[in-house]
Design a protein around this ligand. Sequence first.
Ligand code: GCU
Length: 469
Amino acid sequence: MSRVSLVVCLFAAIGLFAAAQEPKPADPAPLDLTAQQDHKLMMEALKIDSLRPGANGMNPSAPNAANYDESKANPYPNLPDPLILKNGERVASAEIWWKKRRPEIVEDFDREIYGRVPQDVPKVTWEVTSKTEEKVGEFPVVVKKLIGHVDCSRCPQIKVDIQLTLTTPADAKGPVPVMMEFGFGGFGPRPGQTGASAKKATPKPAAKGAGNPFGPPWQPLVLAKGWGYAIIVPVSIQADNGAGLTKGIIGLCNKGQPRKPDDWGALRAWAWGASRALDYFETDPVVDAKQVGIEGLSRYGKAALVTMAYDQRFAIGFIGSSGEGGAKLHRRRFGELVENLTGSGEYHWMAGNFLKYGGPLTPGDLPVDAHELIALCAPRPVFISYGASSGPGAEGQWVDQRGSFMAAVAAGPVYKLLGKKDLGTVIFPEIEAAVIQGELAFRQHKGGHTTGPNWPTFLEFADRYIKIK
Ligand code: GCU
């Protein structure tokens, strides 16, 4: 080596050494944005100038009043076929479903609808913070309170501590099945709810003489079967508003910066949290983790369906009044619409890419629809629950019971391909008629916006699958 090149090498080495010593540029501070600001940033990222307005569920004479006319409800009558591959070939075997078609559908939901869970979500460490003996009704139980601490070393300003309680029969002889609920944490207005949606979502009091439209408490019914139950608090995983997207588990993964268009939304984050709770159950000898079900109502009914669809360890799903973004077909023009979920009050449930379907694209452009979300649950049993569309104390039609039934019908061929039974009917059932003969089930109870009165029928259905070992 010549002297010149030796000197050059020496300088290069010194340069490299100096670069390695330089402090890395500090991460930008986590952002504090309003939902409107974050929503606008996402529109800019997607190069969208305007979105169509959502349906107005409060004022029937508004120009954008919610449609409740069945003759106008199906502007996009052709659903994507869950059993046709992207290359046009028909899915002729269970093997092709599992190896090719199911992953295609998952990819579409990930990219366009609910968003992707990042590859490197920090670890959760579960801590039992208390264990007490209590009574629920006549049943002696053991109640464990738990916190799932998420490792926040990536961005110490953002703390995520998942709240979970597990209640199991005190006299259990072995591991018990558990029904887990996404808990509202009490009634009353929920964080992030404003305007029309808050009014719609608030449980209505019973009309005089209508009985209790919320039904009896469900926990004793579950305990009477010798099962346990768990309540997970979704807002301890991810806030229920757009302002929270730079915080919570989504914000932690992004170090407090805004989402990319295919990043996960709150529904996927809540479902992720439920999966972490199931990880814990797998380590707790009082739980039979192969027999854990998931239940939720409304936005948490959507989350329960997303949980069931994505995590095949969940044994059964009880999907309460999930409506748009849940079991209802996006392509239906009835009650709540895609355009409601792309507005700044609800977009945080979804991936940013979903905004495109509220303008310039339409719901008819979605590569997948709700029937395929239900199909992702196959062959596991799923019970789709609603309240009554009319009558005293009823839920109303904002949730589009019929559009959800149609989705369950269209999911049927996948259940059949996997050797299971579909709904067994294509005729929309009367209130209180239980369609529970197959692995796909549907029932509207007489009451309001609750799963309450459907619990006994759900448990009758669940009894065929969930057994104390
Ligand atoms: C509103 C919203 C629904 C949602 C519901 C709830 O009604 O439009 O999509 O399911 O709130 O979560 O209570």
